[in-house]
Design a protein. Structure first.
Length: 319
């Protein structure tokens, strides 16, 4: 080893050119350069595994701590000089065939997994597209929901305002109910007193009903007596009319006084009204105080006697 940037040839370090002098001539297989000395157990394991085994891939130390990676797989990719050809040891053909078949199986499985993943990827892309559409729709719905939420917030504020007013009204109503409750208690007391008074009134009403029944009986008897009296009055009026007829006939013989005018139709058996009075005011001023009195036979006789007495007194004074 002469440094990191030195060139190496298989067998010995080259001096200044890619000369094949002093290089190895023969067969090489799986030449690996390790960054550290392998342990006896590692060497034993490699020997027991055989030349065709890929056991060397298990050792990380195949990677140098420098920039170059000196692995057999890498050496096979490097440029070649001279008469170099590749070969596969006979004892490794069967192993490589098996490994190739396994690799094909793995490759096929990998291909199937890739196809499955591609199918799922296509499906995922479709689902992503659907999800994107749904997401856009959701965004639109969220925007609408946000607008509705703002509207709901305004409505909630209005409802809170209404609730506040309702609470104030409710407080006022509670106060009014408290007053009404007091009034109701007072009213119940008055109602109780009224009920007591009503019971008393019902008792009085019962007594009054009994008295009314008795009064109705008396009224019936009085009505009977009244009918009898009306019949007697009619008989008396008949007799009075006969007496008036006789009196009229007698007055034709005697001198008729001025009071006989009260026995005529406009006056007799009628109320002495202002109009009748005005008809007589020329000489009968004295009758004003009798306005409203019923003109009867006795009424006329009273004025007749008074007038005769007044005339006699006047004649006495003159003598």
């Amino acid at each position: 080893s002469s440094g990191i940037n030195a060139e190496y040839g298989i067998g010995q370090q080259a001096q200044s050119s890619k000369s094949s002098d002093h290089t190895f001539g023969g067969e090489l297989f799986k030449l690996n350069l390790y960054s550290e000395v392998l342990s006896p157990s590692q060497i034993r394991a490699m020997s027991e595994a055989g030349m065709c085994s890929p056991i060397e891939t298990q050792y990380e130390s195949r990677t140098l701590r420098w920039e170059q990676i000196l692995r057999w797989e890498q050496i096979l990719t490097e440029p070649r000089y001279g008469n170099v050809r590749e070969f596969v040891p006979g004892e490794c053909i069967s192993f490589l065939t098996t490994e190739l078949n396994e690799t094909k199986v793995q490759l096929r499985e990998t291909q199937e997994r890739l196809e499955d993943r591609e199918t799922r990827l296509n499906k995922s892309e479709s689902e992503v597209e659907q999800l994107s559409t749904a997401l856009n729709q959701t965004v639109t719905e969220l925007e609408e929901s946000r607008l509705q939420l703002n509207n709901c917030r305004d409505e909630v504020q209005e409802i809170e305002s209404v609730l506040l007013k309702t609470r104030e009204t409710l407080n006022e109503t509670v106060q009014e109910l408290s007053g009404v409750s007091g009034t109701l208690n007072s009213t119940q007391s008055e109602l109780s007193a009224t009920r007591t008074h009503l019971n008393s009134t019902q008792s009085e009403l019962s007594a009054t009903r009994t008295h009314l029944n008795s009064t109705q009986s008396e009224l019936s008897a009085t009505r009977t007596r009244l009918r009898e009296m009306e019949r007697a009055v009619r008989e008396s009026e008949s007799k009075l009319n006969e007496s008036l007829s006789e009196l009229e006939a007698g007055r034709k013989v005697h001198e008729i006084s001025r009071w006989d005018v009260l026995l005529t139709a406009p006056y007799f058996n009628n109320l002495f009204s202002r109009q009748l009075y005005e008809q007589l005011t020329g000489s009968w001023n004295m009758m004003e105080k009798f306005i409203g009195v019923n003109i009867t036979f006795g009424f006329v006789e009273h004025f007749r006697e008074f007038h005769e007495e007044q005339e006699q007194a006047d004649e006495h004074d003159m003598s």
